[in-house]
Each structure stands twice: as structure tokens, then as C-alpha cells.
Design a protein around this ligand. Structure first.
Ligand SMILES: [Mg+2]
Length: 278
């Protein structure tokens, strides 16, 4: 593998995966390839940012030929290829390429263990369920389930009890310092992190490396992308085939794509590149 080194760049792109760069149904990104090539030609690194684990994202970025840092588990951590921003300068970097922005999974597993008796039989975590169970409840292959279960910062929990008891469960975990996010199928238990904070952290690293300000384009399609879009200099909301555009808290400049998924992603990138050239 080629040792990745950061280009001294003045622009970066940070993007959500599912429903944005990747098609909602097929996970295909062919429709975005011309835009990805245009960014590479312009020397603009593309930073992948997802709720996926590092193991899941590693497989994907290798397939894409992307060697840049990436944001994992909804902003709870950043993976920086060793040496990307020059020689290691902090103990964290010296440890490897893992930059935690929230408490580790083990901390949240301890919290779940502490409430196990009070909520007996009412929830199942990925850790307790195991790879086979994760495969069964998600429909992922066993190999993909194994990667999804290689978590570093967050714990997905399937709720089996009543709605009222779920609210009590969430309140209990929040009183222990957890942030509990309701997803489609699971509750995600983790620390106080989001993709927006991870974006700012990475932007500062690029700016330090370049010795100048760095402009960021962020692209996403869902509610969990809003903090990331708001933290960027320019934002693209990618049209979804299954839900409306998410509500934005503030009135920052955002381009809403006409096309859906990766095709809308490419549309947004070209819109940004054209505007940047003026
Ligand atoms: Mg998405």
C-alpha cells in the first residue's frame, strides 16, 4: 500500500455515505464517479463520514481507492492513516490511526450491564447478541455482521419492551451520561459526539498542516447529518428516495439536489466546484 500523505490543500469534501454518496437501495456509487474524479483532479480530498464502524468503512474505502482520513460511528471517532499529517506528534497518534472523540464502547457496555437487572429481557445489545444474532436481525451476511459488530465507541441496542419502558430506559442511560439516538431499528448508545464536531476537528488538522484556512463542502441526506452540514462552509442536501429533506436548525446556505442519491451527490459537487472557480 502507498503511504498516504495529506496534500497541502485549501479545500476538503466531507460526505455521508448511505443515501448520499451511496444509493439507498444498492449502495452503488457509479453515478458519483465523474464527480469523484473531478475532485481528485482538483486535489480535493474526500472524507467519508458515516455511522458505520471502522471495519465496515475500511472495506469500502479500499474498494473506492480512497486513502484519506474518515469519520466513524457518527462522529465518535476519526481514523487518520498513520503519517498522513506528518510524523506522529501526540501520544494518541503514536498509538496508531485512531483518534477517539468520545468514550469507548466498553464504557457503554458497563452502563448497559449496570441496568441489566432493572430491564431484564427488555433489550439486546450487539455485544450480548453476537455476530450470528446481528446477522439475523439486520439481514447482513455473517461477514458483514462481524464488521458491524467491531465497534469502538457506540453500542446498538434492540428494544424488546414497551414504549413507556423504552423512555424510562433512555432516561436511565442519559442520567449515566449516555446519548441515546433512536435509529430505524436500534437505539444507539454512545457519548456526546456528532459528525459536525468531527468535521471541525479534521478541518483544523488540514488547516494546521497547510498553514492556511481550509474550506469545507459537506454533503448529507438525513437528520444525523445536520450538525455536519451546519459546520461546513458550503452544504449539499442530497435528495432521498424515501424521506423528505431534514429540517435545518438555522438558515445556513445549502444546495438541495434535484437528482436522488449519488446522482444528486454529483450534482451538488459540480455546483460547488463551479461556484468555487468564479
Ligand atoms: Mg445518510
Amino acid at each position: 500500500m502507498i503511504a498516504p500523505v495529506a496534500a497541502s490543500t485549501s479545500r476538503i469534501v466531507v460526505t455521508d455515505l448511505d443515501g448520499s454518496l451511496l444509493d439507498h437501495y444498492t449502495y452503488d456509487y457509479t453515478a458519483a464517479e465523474t464527480a469523484l474524479n473531478a475532485l481528485e483532479h482538483a486535489g480535493v480530498p474526500v472524507i467519508l463520514a458515516s455511522s458505520k464502524t471502522r471495519a465496515e468503512m475500511q472495506a469500502l474505502r479500499e474498494a473506492m481507492g480512497n486513502w484519506h482520513p474518515y469519520i466513524v460511528e457518527n462522529g465518535a471517532g476519526i481514523a487518520v492513516p498513520s503519517g498522513y499529517f506528518g510524523p506522529a506528534v501526540t501520544p494518541t497518534e503514536a498509538e496508531g490511526d485512531r483518534l477517539p472523540l468520545a468514550q469507548p464502547r466498553a464504557h457503554w457496555l458497563q452502563c448497559l450491564d449496570a441496568v441489566k437487572t432493572d430491564f431484564a429481557g427488555e433489550f439486546e445489545s450487539f455485544a450480548a447478541g453476537g455476530d450470528q444474532w446481528v446477522s439475523e436481525v439486520t439481514g447482513l451476511s455473517l461477514e458483514a455482521a462481524r464488521r458491524a459488530n467491531q465497534r469502538e465507541f457506540t453500542e446498538p441496542v434492540a428494544w424488546l419492551g414497551s414504549k413507556d419502558r423504552q423512555s424510562e430506559f433512555i432516561r436511565t442511560l442519559e442520567s449515566m451520561g449516555a446519548r441515546v439516538q433512536r435509529g430505524g431499528r436500534f437505539l444507539a448508545v454512545g457519548g456526546d459526539a456528532d459528525k459536525g464536531r468531527a468535521l471541525r476537528n479534521l478541518r483544523d488538522r488540514y488547516a494546521d498542516y497547510a498553514g492556511a484556512a481550509v474550506k469545507v463542502l459537506a454533503l448529507g441526506d438525513s437528520h444525523n447529518d445536520v450538525a455536519m452540514l451546519a459546520a461546513a462552509d458550503a452544504a449539499v442536501l442530497v435528495r432521498s428516495p424515501v424521506h423528505e429533506f431534514p429540517r435545518l436548525d438555522s438558515d445556513f446556505a445549502v444546495y438541495r439536489s434535484e437528482a436522488i442519491g449519488p446522482e444528486g451527490w454529483a450534482e451538488g459537487v459540480f455546483h460547488w466546484l463551479e461556484g468555487e472557480q468564479v
